[in-house]
Design a protein around this ligand. Structure first.
Ligand code: AMP
Length: 185
């Protein structure tokens, strides 16, 4: 698997000082734009998550939407959105959180999941873990169980993985911040 994952590194575009000075933004758009690397990504996550018997994939706005829906299709699961503030039309659970740059808030429809659901959360990058932790809390507020977090890249120096471990959530990350594949996502 790690041989395939090495193909992801060539698709990473690093954008210095975006969206604010000092942030090294990892643009992973080319991984989605290439059917080969998109397929590698989705199959690697599916192989890691299948033994966890998930029923629902929850995608974090915005890059978690296409990636999460593709994973849901691959696993035969449903797909649910975690949206930024004010976008969902019905009753929501809401959580504010700190980002590597600034603050934000996420919402989920209160009736989006049930207590029977076993959830994998999907996003492109794990940085400080603030977004992922807010996502875990929101999914839990619906009564569903969070099994794992699937991300393309783990910015290891920001230690988001430790935040997830403290919440009892597995992390399936495919590459580190230098694009090196993890042997066991
Ligand atoms: P965090 O909440 O700090 O773990 O940040 C994760 C969220 O912010 C993800 O939704 C990422 O898409 C985005 N993000 C944070 N830092 C970066 C970065 N350096 N490059 C690309 N995306 C990032």
């Amino acid at each position: 698997m790690s041989e395939n994952l090495a193909a992801l590194r060539d698709k990473i575009v690093v954008v210095p000082d975006f969206p604010t000075p000092g942030i090294s933004f990892k643009d992973l758009s080319w991984i989605l734009a290439d059917p080969v690397t998109l397929g590698i990504t989705v199959r690697a996550w599916a192989d890691a998550a299948r033994p966890e018997a998930p029923t629902m994939i929850v995608g974090v706005e915005a890059r978690g939407f296409p990636l999460g829906a593709a994973l849901a299709y691959e696993l035969g699961c449903g797909f649910v959105k975690l949206r930024k503030s004010g976008k969902l039309p019905r009753a929501v659970h809401r959580r504010e959180y700190a980002l590597e740059y600034g603050t934000s808030a996420l919402e989920i429809h209160q009736d989006a999941l049930t207590a029977d659901d076993r959830v994998v959360i999907v996003d492109d990058v794990l940085a400080t873990g603030g977004t992922a932790a807010a996502s875990v809390h929101l999914v839990r507020e619906t009564g569903a169980r969070v099994i794992s977090l699937a991300v393309l890249m783990d910015l290891t120096f920001l230690e988001g993985r430790a935040v997830m471990e403290s919440l009892g959530v597995n992390v399936h990350a495919l590459i580190d911040d230098e694009g090196n594949p993890y042997p066991h996502p």
